[in-house]
Write a protein that binds this ligand. Sequence first.
Ligand code: FAQ
Length: 316
Amino acid sequence: MTTTAADPEAYQTVFDAALAADERIEPRDWLPDAYRASLIRQMAQHAHSEIIGMQPEANWITRAPSLRRKAILMAKVQDEAGHGLYLYSAAETLGTSREELLDKLHSGRQKYSSIFNYPTLTWADVGAIGWLVDGAAITNQVPLCRCSYGPYARAMVRICKEESFHQRQGYELLLTLSRGTPAQHAMAQDAVDRWWWPSLMMFGPPDDASAHSAQSMAWKIKRHSNDELRQRFVDICVPQAEALGLTLPDPDLKWNEDRGHYDFGPIDWEEFREVLRGNGPCNAQRMSQRRRAHEEGAWVREAAAAYAAKHGKAEA
Ligand code: FAQ
C-alpha cells in the first residue's frame, strides 16, 4: 500500500481500502494509533515468548542423552533466540525500540506466553514441548504469515518453517521414547499428560472472553479466533497421539460426526488466569533468570554501542 493522500482525513480511508483489498500495510504507511498499539502489544508478547521459551528447554542441554540430541537441542534453542530477534526488529518498525520492549517485559508491563511458566521435569518434556508447544505455535502462527502488517507477516514465514522443523524433532523424540523401554514409554506419557492442557491454553481465552479478537480480526492481524485455532490443533493432535502410541489426558475427547471435529473436555481457565497473574509454577524463576541474563549481557551491549560509535552504524 502507498499512502498518497494529501488530506490527513483521507488517510483512514486509504488504510481501510488497503485492508479491504488484502494489501499489506508497510512501516511508512499511515496507520491508526490503535492498530499500531495492538500490533506492538502482540508482537512484543510474541518476541518475549520466544526468548523466555529458551529457558525450559535450555534446562536440558547439559543433560541431553546423546551428542546428537544435544546438538539438535542447542540448534533449536538458538532458533528461538533468532525468532525473538526477528520479532523485536519487526516491532521496531512501528516506532518502538528493543530496549523499551525489554524494559516493559522486565518490569512486568508486557506479557509472555503462559506456557513457559511450566517446568521441564524430565527429558521427555523436550519432546512434548516440540510436539505440542511448537505444534500449537505453528497452528496459531501460520495464519499470521497473512497478517496485514508486512514486517510481521514476513518474519512469520521463516519462523513457521523453523517451528515446523522443531515440531518434527519433538515428535521423533517422543516416538523414540514411546517405542523404548516401559520406563521410557511411561516418561513420554507423563510429559504429554502434563503439557496437553497448558498447550490448549496457549491459544488464549475462549472467544467470548477474548478482549482483542474481534478488532484484531477486523484489522486482519488475526485471521481466526482463539477457539477456531484451538479446535484445529486438537483435531491435528488426536491422530498423531495414536500414531505415537500415547494417550491424551482427556476422558471427554471423542469424534463428533455432526461437527466434523473432536469434542474435548473443559479447560481450567482459573489455572490460566492464575498463571497470567504471575502465580504459575515457574513465573518468578523465569523472570529472575531473564533479568539476570539481561544484566550479565550489559557489557556486550556497551561494547557493541562503542564499536558502532567508532566505526559507524553500517559496519556495526
Ligand atoms: N499467555 O484478547 P485475547 C512459541 C492475554 S511462541 C499469556 O484473546 P489476543 C514458540 C492477551 O495478551 C508462543 N497471555 O488476546 C516457542 C490479552 O492480554 P493483554 C507465543 C495470553 O492478543 C516454542 C488477554 O490475554 N505465541 O511458542 C495468552 O487477541 C517452543 C486477552 O486475550 C504468540 O505470541 C497466553 N497464552 O490473542 C518458543 C503468537 N493468551 O495483551 C520456545 C502471537 C492470551 O490485553 C519453545 N500472539 N493472553 O494484556 C497471538 O496470536 C495472540 O496474541 C494470542 C492472544 C492468540 C496469544
